[in-house]
Ligand binder design. Structure first.
Ligand SMILES: Cc1ncc(C[n+]2csc(CCOP(=O)(O)OP(=O)(O)O)c2C)c(N)n1
Length: 671
């Protein structure tokens, strides 16, 4: 007998627990006692059950909406799990994640995603953190066969292969995507062979045979744990239930269903254990009774738990609750920024960014950087990491494949595991390629986990608009995308000194921060930058130029353009105050409102498209808050609603410029 009797009983115990959980959910939903979305894992119980004895709570796991069986077997306490599924305060995530978003880091259940394939890049980051720290943990990422079609899984597998990560891509092939059968969605049905193509091991196993599956996985887990690199496992099983809900499946013929029921581990394993003589009928009945009792207790506990108050919705969005924007709530934040004294050096923004990296890398071993071409000799296409690879090594300055989802996912996963990664996305426009990882995963994870996890990830990206000639796909300023995604902080420095101080604040912040650097400023402006460690607090704007007649609210490159224009307009007798937001989320409404209250006029200027841009938000707030005190309605000016043109002449006409800003200021002055 390949698998010891004790292990077989452990596996059966997990199968029984999973089955009782499944039954209780079905009963609760059918009776109307429960109301939540359930994606049944019926039929797939043996996969995590047979794997469980090979893992400890130190090993990381990522799963999907259909992964309740994975969570049970990984050790998530059933009381907290049921309360979570019911959306109750005693859930492991305070009921904020619910059935598709369970995280319980105490047992290594790090993340559950409802985005098909979205977990794979993040799991890489968990594995990377373990590898960098030499911890010997194995990371398991579960997903369905349908997820093999999505780009994030391919990107993640490629990166794992390139970096030799200790991860198992566990594809639970239940023979169907959502409602589409495998031959209808791929011509490459041998999923395991995809790993071969990426240079690592793939294995096709019978996920419904606990014995052979356990034995094969024992070998695979050992190899991965011992540094053998990633393995892709196709665990063949069958989804016996429907895609969602508790109705019977409609995708199986009666014959297929009958065969599936015969092969169902929940039914066949007891007979096998009796046949092997490892347990008596009474032993097996005791296992089932214990599972029933545990589940009944968990259900009673969950039903007795209260719902998290709706008023808590702003909690767990950010580490700092007062960063969450609320109408009428404008916290006053001290400007503790100004670094006093000390040695300083004249730097451009690229050098200041590099210097911030250096300080962070020196002081904290959990800091590392990753991105395309960031290592030496290139040092990043904008030279923002030049020399760092030579000084800190390839482990901490990591060149990546050209795969933005894999980059952000690896950063996010490592952050989940307690690292402080700094990921570079070369151009702001490329955020579109990885927005799911950023917005759906990094931004939401603290909230979805009810604060059980955090993502101290920094993403740096370069915004090249205003330079000219880069065209529609390398020139956008996309902060509005990010600001519309709760959970992401956004810094947008205008000077080298601010870039260093803000970037350091981002790196040591406990939430995902996006640091947007204007290409025109990166190498275009120099100033004295203190050499010491200093932080510019997030959410503190700065008056760049004092004025009395009108306040211009802007950020990034346009701070310089607006200050220059203000100097010019002063000669015409118009006194313009220029506010540099520095951070867009959290936003410093206290200073914005204070300035416009003083001048009685406000104009928000940004390079981003005017329509639905940040300017619209700020103008609306100012008009509401200061109505009656204003000398003119607060206005906003951004780029025309069109892709950025390749021709510099057209680009400069379509984004705010001296003429259009002056015209708008004069309109407001003469209102
Ligand atoms: C990116 C994305 N696209 C589509 C969906 C809708 N959807 C939810 S589950 C599912 C089927 C996924 O099939 P598979 O990967 O085989 O996993 P299974 O549900 O069988 O476990 C789909 C298409 C989604 N959640 N995410």
């Amino acid at each position: 007998m390949a698998v010891p009797a004790e292990t077989l009983l452990q596996i059966y115990t997990q199968i029984a627990r999973i089955h009782e959980v499944d039954e209780a959910i079905r009963k609760g939903l059918s009776s109307g006692k429960f109301r939540f979305t359930y994606w049944p894992m019926t039929g797939q119980e043996a996969i995590p059950a047979a794997l469980a004895p090979l893992l400890s709570h130190d090993d990381y796991m990522v799963t999907t909406y259909r992964g309740i069986h994975d969570l049970v077997a990984k050790g998530v306490p059933l009381r907290g799990l049921f309360a979570e599924m019911l959306g109750r305060a005693d859930g492991v995530n305070k009921g904020k994640g619910g059935s598709p978003h369970v995280s319980h880091p105490e047992v290594g259940a790090m993340l559950t995603t409802a985005i098909v394939g979205g977990g794979a890049p993040i799991a890489n980051g968990l594995a990377l953190a373990s590898k960098m720290r030499g911890e010997g943990r194995v990371t398991i990422v579960n997903f369905g066969d349908g997820a093999t079609s999505i780009g994030s899984v391919h990107e993640a597998m490629n990166l794992a292969g390139a970096w030799g990560l200790p991860i198992i891509f566990l594809c639970q092939n239940n023979q169907i995507g959502e409602y589409t059968l495998i031959p209808d969605y791929t011509a490459g049905m041998d999923f395991a062979s995809r790993a071969d193509a990426l240079g690592f091991r793939g294995a096709k196993l019978d996920g419904n045979d606990p014995e052979s599956f356990h034995a094969a996985m024992a070998d695979i887990v050992r190899s991965v744990r011992n540094g053998g690199g990633p393995v892709f496992v196709e665990a063949v099983t069958l989804r016996l239930g429907s895609h969602a809900g508790v109705a019977d499946s409609t995708h199986l013929t009666p014959e297929q269903r009958e065969a599936g029921m015969r092969d169902w581990p929940v039914r066949k394993m007891p007979a096998r254990l009796l046949e092997l003589g490892v347990a008596s009928a009474q032993d097996l009945a005791d296992i089932v009774d214990a599972a029933k009792e545990e589940v009944a207790d968990a259900v009673a506990f969950a039903l007795a738990s209260v719902v998290t108050p709706a008023s808590d919705v702003s909690i767990d969005v950010f580490a700092q609750a007062d960063f969450v924007p609320h109408r009428g709530h404008y916290p006053v934040r001290a400007d503790t920024a100004s670094p006093a004294g000390g040695e300083a050096k004249v730097m451009n923004m690229a050098e200041a960014v590099r210097h911030a990296h250096e300080i962070a890398l020196e002081m904290d071993p959990t800091v590392f950087a990753l991105g395309e071409d960031i290592g030496d000799p290139v040092g990043g296409v904008f030279k923002t990491t030049l020399g760092l690879g030579t000084r800190f090594g390839k482990e901490r300055i990591r060149d990546t494949p050209i795969a933005e989802q894999a980059i952000i996912g690896a950063g996010m996963g490592a952050a989940l595991a307690g690292m402080r990664p700094v990921a570079e996305i070369m151009f702001n426009d490329f955020v579109g390629v990885c927005l799911d990882q950023l917005a759906n995963h990094a931004g939401k994870q603290r909230f979805m986990s009810g604060g059980a996890t955090s993502v101290p990830l920094t993403v740096r990206t370069i915004m090249a608009g205003g330079v000219g000639g880069l065209g529609a796909q390398h020139s956008q300023s996309l902060e509005a995308w990010l600001l519309h995604s709760p959970g992401l902080k956004v810094a947008y420095p205008s000077t080298p000194k601010d870039a260093k101080g803000l970037l350091l604040s981002c790196i040591f912040d406990d939430d995902p921060c996006v640091h947007i650097e204007s290409m025109a400023v990166l190498h275009g402006i120099k100033e004295e930058v203190p050499l010491g460690d200093y932080r510019i607090p997030l959410g503190v704007a700065k008056v760049r130029r004092e004025g009395a007649d009108i306040s211009i609210i802007t950020y990034g490159l346009f701070v310089h353009r607006c200050v220059a224009l203000a100097d010019k307009l002063a000669e015409e007798g118009i006194s313009v105050e220029v506010i540099d937001l520095r951070t867009l989320m959290p936003i410093d409404y206290d200073r914005i409102i204070g300035s416009v209250q003083k001048t009685g006029r406000g104009l928000v200027v940004h390079l981003a498209t005017e329509f639905c841009g940040l300017g619209a938000e700020i103008a609306a707030t100012l008009n509401e808050e200061l109505f009656g005190k204003l000398k003119a309605p607060v206005s906003r000016l951004g780029a025309d609603y069109a892709p950025i043109a390749y021709s510099s002449a057209i680009e400069s006409a379509q984004i705010p410029g001296e003429a259009s800003i002056t015209q708008r200021i004069k309109q407001l002055m003469n209102f």
